[in-house]
Write a protein that binds this ligand. Structure first.
Ligand SMILES: *Cc1c(COP(=O)(O)O)cnc(C)c1O
Ligand SMILES: [Zn+2]
Length: 417
């Protein structure tokens, strides 16, 4: 059973009965993204600190009473309860006293998108649908494909031509019907929309489906719980469509309504310089304008963000900020995170770190403020990009002399740098 109360349109603010099972606002159409509201007073009776203490389900489903679902899937992949590491070295290197790193690359298909896909599949099962479809820059697709395969549902997935090989390999391995669209993400999204309407499939498209944010928000619940409900001053996350940052806000908002936390962290939304419609709108105080999709951080190369209202609201409500990072800075962040903490993020996965470093340099975030950095996806998904950031390993003849020579020369080179 769910404590969900109503759908509220983020554009016209009309409310609709929760029982209607809507996707978007009947008045505003596709742009009328819905937000699901909850009866927090009722929820308080169930969701308490002792509820969490006694709960042995260490996956996202431990948060089922805080979500818009009627039940939980039987024997799913294990999504959620990913590690939250206190930083060992990275914090000192970038000038922070207190930094935590949430490694979402540890989810079953190696990105935060598993949290949204898992809920989409549960909702599809509740709706008696046997086919789910989405368009995706890669991770939504691979997470849908994997989690659906585990539960025996069929998937149709529309990806843009540029999707990295690692993600494609996952989608194909999970047996999805993959449609590689000769165009960008916008084109893939458009075609998926038409096909979903035509065939009546269950729609897992980001933003359009209001339940996805309700799944992704479990990352905020986990961060709070792993910090014993003493959340950091800031939470940093990379942004494409805006669903992730909106869901991080929603999660902390829920906990705040339940008196489980005493503040909502400020949110730093980080975009790639080559595709930064949120940052530009925020800087110029103007509406979101379509942007080019020019960055190696493919997961956040979203020229027309699908969840603008919720994402802008998340940053505004928390007195947060937006910032951008160049591809070069993203690649540097990838190397720094790997070297200092042993965590391998994909480009969009480490864009948050690139932004955090700039925010510290510019004084937007101070060294004595505490920060949680969400690494949203695993580096093995896109090894081509990773190799761009790294030096070639040295090649030696298989004997000790060549090895010592090579090592010695290398050290000399390093010292000369
Ligand atoms: C999807 C994704 C994001 C951004 O999420 P949005 O909801 O599109 O803003 C960030 N990082 C990774 C790895 C992603 O897959
Ligand atoms: Zn509306």
């Amino acid at each position: 059973m769910s404590f969900a109360k109503e759908f509220e349109c983020t554009l016209c603010h009309k409310t609709f009965e929760y029982s209607k099972d809507l996707m978007t606002c009947p008045h505003c159409g596709e742009k009328g993204i819905l937000d699901i509201t909850y009866d927090y007073e009722l929820m308080k009776g169930t969701v308490t600190r002792s509820y969490f203490k006694s709960n042995k389900d260490y996956s996202m489903w431990r948060y089922a009473p805080l979500m818009s679902i009627e039940g939980i899937p039987k024997n799913p992949l294990k999504v959620g309860w990913t590690p939250l590491y206190p930083s060992n070295r990275l914090n000192r290197l970038i000038g922070l006293q207190k930094l935590f790193i949430k490694d979402e690359g540890m989810n079953p298909t190696q990105s935060l998108k598993d949290r949204a896909s898992a809920v989409a599949i549960q909702k599809a099962i509740e709706a008696n649908a046997s086919v789910i479809a989405c368009s995706s820059t890669g991770n939504a697709a691979s997470s849908l494909a994997g989690n659906a395969a585990r539960l025996g549902l069929k998937t149709y997935i529309f990806v843009p031509k540029r999707a990295p090989k690692g993600k494609l390999a996952q989608i194909m391995t999970f047996g999805s019907n993959v449609v590689k669209v000769d165009g960008d993400y916008k084109a893939a999204f458009q075609l998926s929309k038409i096909a979903i309407n035509h065939f009546g499939w269950y729609n897992r498209n980001a933003a359009i489906n209001p339940h996805l944010v309700e799944g992704k928000k479990t990352v905020a619940f986990e961060i709070a719980e792993q910090l014993n409900f003493e959340v950091t001053d800031w939470v940093v996350v990379s942004v494409g469509d805006g669903c992730t940052i909106a869901s991080v806000y929603k999660g902390f908002y829920d906990l705040f309504q339940l008196n489980l936390i005493t503040k909502i962290p400020k949110l730093l939304g980080v975009q790639a310089e080559g595709c930064a419609p949120f940052y530009q709108a925020w800087m110029t105080h103007s509406p979101i304008k379509e942007s080019e999709e020019s960055t190696i951080a493919d997961s956040i190369a979203v020229g027309i963000p699908r969840n603008p209202v919720k994402a802008l609201n998340a940053v505004n409500q928390t007195n947060g900020a937006w910032i951008t990072a160049s591809d070069q800075e993203i690649l540097e962040a990838m190397a720094i995170l790997g070297k200092t903490e042993g965590i391998f993020g994909e480009p969009a996965g480490v864009t948050g770190l690139a932004g955090l470093m700039k925010a510290l340099e510019s004084g937007l975030i101070h060294g004595d403020e505490s920060v949680t950095l969400i690494v949203t996806g695993n580096g093995l998904k896109d090894t081509d990009s990773a190799l761009k950031a790294m030096n070639e390993p040295i090649l030696v003849k298989p004997d000790l002399k060549s090895f010592i020579e090579a090592m010695f020369n290398k050290e000399e080179e390093d010292n000369n740098e």
